[in-house]
Design a protein around this ligand. Structure first.
Ligand code: ADP
Ligand code: ADP
Ligand code: MG
Length: 675
């Protein structure tokens, strides 16, 4: 077995690989850029080598530096993770020349599968069912229109070199080809340096189901069942699960066998994934093969009990797979949520900054957290804004979902925005609960983007009861400070008025009466236990919450709840099931006075076009004085290599233009104003 492995990656996947190496008794070498000097993967590895500046192109993508790091440290093999150099032919050649083993498939397989047009041809030769369409390069818009008509609308226009959902667009008619083709091509050019495009049929109400394959160098090629990854935003996976709630045993077997046939056709070794799109009648079509460890591999590990990284390492060491197809079982159900540093309330704008507080949920047999960051660490602008992959396992889908919800409730992240409210909202949608998935799920369930209204209309009372008890405990503690003038000790009232800001109808008040559970207090613990009267309801709360802990875990009105609670000035912020409420606690007198305060109306921004994200103003489609109709294009803003078209929300006349093509925009920066 190898004595030392270098991990040519960063973040959660580097940490993930290091964990398995440790388990196997293999020493590890991390590589890092300037920005990652103090990153978790650097701290976890036995050795670490600095390989350059923060931009990936000046560090993690520099083949020579990584090869040199192997030589300098004596690493015999390299695990590439995903992204970066994991599917790079030149990297493999450089390693081979230096006699260092690449833990992954051979160069010819990566090459064959790296190009969507070529791999589709190969798949169809191996009798794998492929998406109907044109298997050649589209020359220009006119050609695209002709082919799209032949294939039949709707169609998918795709970059042959594409990945990560980039350079891909649906067209439902000729004008959408006109509008989208060149933009996809431009995206492909800027992201992949290759603008070859092709067109295939768009499969309606599609599900994304992929098969994990694994192959050794001794002729064993097996499939490890499927993962369903239909919950996607902009063709990028958000929540994945295994098995798929849609497949039956027959379809699973057919897909597995085709995936194996394709892998064999390219003499595939190591772990790989064959992606399919499945229509409503369970017809399935090959999409692409990813010749690497996939982001969402943990869900497969959770239901099969296998360690894919270990298998990859053993295969690279020329060992035989220690099991046969018939030994591969499905045990229970697993889910993965991709926790990103992004703001779901602002069109998922990436959020960067320091993790001021970071407490991931505890790991156990039902919860797995693959993360590459820790408290005090930074989510930088240079890489993927992924914070963690949060996975759950249960005997059934329902159980796995319940564990996921609880884990999301207790995932405590402060300092950057994160998508946990959105993830919690998805898990709560009826269609998700029923397993009625499609890649349109997010677009259909959130037609206007994500907002508080997408969260289950939680009853505020349980949250108010918890806030009232916690507040009471704080006031009690303050009143008990020693050295107070005799007989002037502060009284702790039991009546309070709690006010929450309901966005719709202003502040709403709830008079409450708090009766803390004194027995529990005297016996230690139970600081936040007692009965709270809100209106006519009495809510019983019992917990062992202690001061300053941000997580309240306990029973509220007979239900077990995990609530995040933060003190904010004169009130509290409570988060639960994706919702967040800000509560102000007044004494009865304070509440009377607060009612007299004037209310500040929010400013009217409807006359302005503001940039929804930081980015580059690519072009302006209108002039001052021009009349525009609702739906007309106003401007194009490029951010994260994606071009976003800003359209008029209603008819109007452009009064003034503030932006200039080529200018960089801050979020909420004014682009133009209407009369
Ligand atoms: P998965 O199916 O494992 O989620 P993705 O296609 O989303 O795979 O890609 C995983 C990672 O690799 C992402 O960080 C993505 O941005 C990156 N990636 C994938 N393909 C490419 C490519 N051709 N060029 C650059 N990055 C890529
Ligand atoms: P990438 O390399 O970016 O991952 P894929 O070809 O795997 O590109 O496609 C990504 C996603 O786009 C799929 O998971 C699916 O949701 C959607 N998609 C791709 N092709 C089609 C198609 N022909 N019809 C419907 N959806 C598609
Ligand atoms: Mg894909």
């Amino acid at each position: 077995m190898f004595k030392k492995i270098l991990i040519a990656n960063r973040g959660e996947i580097a940490c993930r690989v290091i964990k398995t190496c440790r388990k196997m008794g293999i020493k590890t070498v991390a590589v890092y850029s300037d920005a990652d000097k103090e990153a978790m993967h650097v701290q976890m590895a036995d050795e670490a080598v600095h390989i350059g500046e923060s931009q990936a192109a000046k560090s993690y993508l520099l083949i020579d530096r990584i090869v040199k790091a192997c030589k300098d440290t004596g690493a015999e093999a390299v695990h590439p993770g995903y992204g970066f150099l994991s599917e790079n032919r030149a990297f493999q050649e450089a390693l081979a020349k230096a006699k260092i083993i690449f833990i992954g498939p051979d160069a010819h397989a990566i090459q064959a599968m790296g190009d969507k047009i070529e791999s589709k041809k190969l798949a169809s030769k191996a009798k794998v069912s492929t998406v109907p369409g044109f298997m050649g390069v589209i020359k220009d818009v006119a050609h695209a229109k002709k082919i799209a008509k032949e294939v039949g609308y709707p169609v998918m226009m795709k970059a042959s070199a594409g990945g990560g959902g980039k350079g891909m667009r649906i067209a439902r008619n000729e004008s959408e080809v006109q509008e989208g083709f060149e933009r996809s091509q431009a995206e492909a050019k800027s992201s992949f340096g290759d603008d070859r495009m092709f067109i295939e049929k768009y499969i309606e109400q599609p599900r994304h189901v992929e098969i994990q394959v694994i192959a050794d160098r001794h002729g064993n090629t097996l499939y490890l069942n499927e993962r369903e990854c239909s919950i996607q935003r902009r063709h990028q996976k958000v929540i994945e699960e295994a098995p798929s709630p849609f497949l039956d045993a027959k379809t699973r077997k057919a897909m597995g066998e085709q995936a194996v046939a394709l892998a064999k056709a390219v003499k595939y070794v190591s772990a790989g994934t064959v992606e399919f799109i499945v229509d409503t009648k369970r017809n399935f079509y090959f999409l692409e093969m990813n010749t690497r460890l996939q982001v969402e591999h943990p869900v497969t590990e959770l239901i099969t009990g296998l360690d894919l990284v270990e298998l990859m390492i053993r295969i690279a060491n020329n060992e035989k797979l220690p099991f046969k197809q018939k030994d591969v079982k499905i045990n229970g159900w697993a889910l993965e949520s991709r926790v990103y540093a992004e703001d779901p309330y602002r069109n998922f704008l990436p959020s960067t900054g320091r993790l001021v507080r970071y407490i991931p949920p505890a790991e156990n047999k039902n919860v797995r957290v693959d993360t590459g960051v820790q408290e005090g660490g930074e989510i930088s602008v240079f890489y993927d804004p992924m914070i963690a992959k949060l996975c759950s396992w249960g005997k059934t889908r329902k159980e796995a979902t319940a564990h996921m919800r609880k884990a999301l409730d207790s995932y405590y992240i402060r300092g950057v925005s994160h998508n946990i409210p959105f993830l919690a909202s998805v898990l709560g949608k009826k269609k998700f609960v029923d397993g009625q998935l499609s890649t349109n799920f997010i677009a259909e369930e959130y037609p206007n983007g994500f907002s508080d209204r997408d969260l289950p209309a939680a009853e505020p009372e349980p949250l108010l009861a918890v806030a009232a008890l916690v507040h009471h405990a704080y006031v009690r503690r303050a009143a008990a400070i020693s050295g107070q003038i005799p007989r002037h000790g502060r009284k702790v009232p039991s009546d309070w008025v709690m006010a929450i800001d309901t966005h719709a109808d202003g502040e709403k008040e709830f008079p409450v009466t708090v009766t803390p559970d004194h027995d529990a207090i005297e016996n230690g613990g139970g600081i936040a236990s007692g009965a709270i009267k809100i209106g006519k309801k009495i809510i019983k709360v019992s917990s062992d919450w202690i001061f300053t802990t941000p997580l309240f875990v306990g029973e509220v009105a007979g239900e077990f709840m995990t609530i995040q609670i933060e003190r904010r000035g004169v009130g509290y912020r409570l988060s639960h099931a994706g919702s967040q409420i800000d509560v102000v606690v007044y004494t009865v007198r304070e509440a009377e006075l607060a009612r007299l305060m004037p209310h500040k109306p929010p400013p009217d921004l409807s006359k302005f076009l503001l940039s929804p994200m930081p980015g580059l103003l690519v072009s302006l489609a209108v002039k001052e004085g021009q009349e525009v109709k609702a739906g007309e294009t106003l401007a194009i803003v490029e951010a994260m290599k994606m071009q976003n078209v800003l359209k008029a929300e209603r008819d109007g006349v452009v009064k003034k233009i503030y932006g200039e093509a080529g200018a960089s925009l801050a979020v909420d920066e004014m682009i133009l104003e209407f009369c």
